[in-house]
Write a protein that binds this ligand. Structure first.
Ligand SMILES: [Zn+2]
Length: 172
């Protein structure tokens, strides 16, 4: 299955909103899910990091994200995901993105969230997430709204190159 090109920061298509998926059983949806999975795994193989991708990042404006956490069994597509609850408590993290892998952005996100979505089998599912997964889901669902992490920067100086971030050794 093909590994797709990942659109990069500056490409206006990343700022477009995605459409809800209407037909869960379509063959084009199956192909898209496989392409997202393969593109995510190829990116991680090349870069040594990467846990999720959103369909608009490969130029497909459908409301689908694909998650594959390295240290957890959680893997698969989330179709039409919606955040239905956000904790009041927030936490700041250094975020990055497949669409600007060399740039780190300081963002503030909800500590935990509830996400409703349809899984690959068409089952309506509710996920209560905290920690890394909560942060990741907020990042990816933002993509479906055309919102990039750079827009969530907590200040105009809240940026760092990945090289400098690694040099300062402050992964969180
Ligand atoms: Zn991203």
């Amino acid at each position: 299955m093909p590994v797709r090109e990942i659109l990069q920061l500056g490409n206006p298509a990343l700022l477009e909103k995605s459409r809800p998926v209407k037909n869960i059983d379509s063959s084009s949806l199956r192909v898209l899910i496989v392409d997202l999975r393969d593109t995510l795994l190829a990116f991680r193989n090349d870069h040594g990091f990467g846990r999720a991708i959103a369909a608009p990042q490969i130029g497909m404006h459908e409301q689908i994200i694909y998650v594959n956490l390295e240290n957890s069994s959680f893997a698969g597509a989330l179709i039409n995901p919606v955040i239905t609850r956000r904790s009041k408590t927030q936490r700041e993290i250094w975020d990055s993105c497949f669409s600007f892998p060399e740039l780190m952005v300081r963002v503030s996100r909800s500590e935990d969230v509830t996400v409703n979505y349809v899984d690959e089998n068409g089952t309506r599912t509710r996920l209560d997430a905290d920690g890394d997964l909560a942060e990741l889901l907020q990042h990816e669902i933002d993509h479906l709204e055309g919102i990039l992490a750079v827009k969530r920067a907590i200040s105009p100086t809240a940026f760092m190159t990945r090289t400098e971030w690694l040099r300062q050794a402050q992964p969180e």
